[in-house]
Design a protein. Sequence first.
Length: 417
Amino acid sequence: MPGVFISYRRDDSAGFAGALERELANHLGPECVFMDIKDIEGGTDFPVAIEEAIKSSEVALILIGSRWLDARDGQGLRRLEKPDDFVRQEVARALQTKARVIPLLLDGAQLPTAEQLPQDLQPLTAREALELRNNHWEEDFTRLLNHIREGIYALDLEEGADQKIGKDFDPIAPGNTPLKGVFYVALAIGVVFTISGLGFLISQARFLTRARKADAHVVDLLRERESNDQGGGGYVYRPQLEYTTPTGQTARVTFSTASNPPAYYVGELVPILFDPEQPARGIPDTFWGRWDFPVIFGGIGIVLSAGAAIPFALRSRRRRRTRRLLKEGRPIITACHSIEQNTLMEVNGRHPFFLITQWRNPVSHEFVQFRSPALWEDPSPKVGERMITVVVDPNNFHHYVMDLSFLYGGPPKVRRL
């Protein structure tokens, strides 16, 4: 199946088309290039063959020579104005596909304006045009070949963006199972505390709906030994209070919290909330008296859960941004510049490696470097002379994704390169 479709007019650019087809066949393989004269067998329905070739191509080259726009038929009518003109049909169909359409200006030809083209061809004027000149053939062809390779890769990225997201986009170091286990354990504990806090909150809310207020006197401070890990410890004091119920009965309440020094003194008058059905159950009529356990357990649970979930949230966010960048960004081919190791950072006795690649901006001619995420194995044996694909945001080269799938056993999502 062809990867590059060449559209041209025989009486305008047949020589360029033939030379270009030979060069592309040498670099990409003859099965990856389609040109009508060579690739349509005798007796084949020409329009059907052209349609199938365009549909299966990732890049369409529109060769525009000096007579491409004004070529006319035997009646003097401009061919591009005729709906059955094969060149018009090729260009219009290519513009409707996902293929990268590249206008190729031959030896100084100019890209037509939108007003000079039929409506179905006008989007061609918005595509980035390249030059192909006889006296600069090597330079121009090299630039074109890079665009073709990027176009082939870009279509594969769009079709398989989800498959491109692997270990290289994981914010936690690949293979760092103990570290992942810590986050999972912390997340589980946080969930347990959060559920417990919610349970205390529901129980306390039910208690408050039926609770009644009263003034109670502290009648005793129950002394209890506070144990520690060594078996010793000092003493804490748990207040015991006495109050009169609305029915005239005397009831005693022992608070659930103990402290040292004591939070109350004997004889102190303390506002409380008590349960009419269980007079011995009461709490201080304060914010912390009402909500101490829900706030403590729920707070610890939320903090633990949120802290442990941060790496997973970062990974999810990075995956979403990566998917968007893979679909909307521009893939470029970069060369390995260097491999660095950060000896100041250590996880499980290993120092991370970073793969640095370099690309020359064809517009500014400046070199741009890209840095991989932390790699926990030396990538040198697998990199070699390999060209590394980086998908960049054309408006901000600081936003990019480096294709490191070759490091993790899976083949890069690139065909016919």
